[in-house]
Design a protein around this ligand. Structure first.
Ligand SMILES: [Zn+2]
Length: 108
């Protein structure tokens, strides 16, 4: 997902806030591009997709487990469901006796 899209989603979800606009640095650094605009910095200098500060901010949220950018939607409810851990029944999927008897039928 492009960073600009991530910023839009995360801002909507209330997980991220764009930085407050700051005056241009003086002198303007050589990599500063006046023709590009960053939505995170609210100003010119670079593309939103190439914003290092935004990348770090998004990475922090990923590290905290609040965001999964691999999925189509951002997690809007960071609170874990109470039943998540109790749902799995590993014993149900394992029937050693059943598979044993099946194997014996096929090998005969
Ligand atoms: Zn930026």
């Amino acid at each position: 997902m492009p960073l600009s899209q991530a910023l839009r989603k995360l801002t909507k979800a209330g997980l991220l806030m764009a930085l407050t606009p700051r005056p241009l640095p003086q002198p303007v650094p050589p990599q500063f591009r006046m023709d590009l605009h960053c939505a995170y910095h609210h100003g010119p200098g670079h593309e939103t997709d190439r914003c290092t500060a935004l990348r770090h901010a998004v990475q922090d949220l990923i590290d905290q487990g609040l965001v999964h950018l691999g999925q189509p939607s951002v997690t809007t409810n960071p609170l874990p469901a109470h039943t998540t851990h109790a749902v799995s029944h590993p014993t149900d999927s394992m029937h050693p006796s059943t598979s044993l008897s099946l194997t014996s039928i096929f090998t005969c």
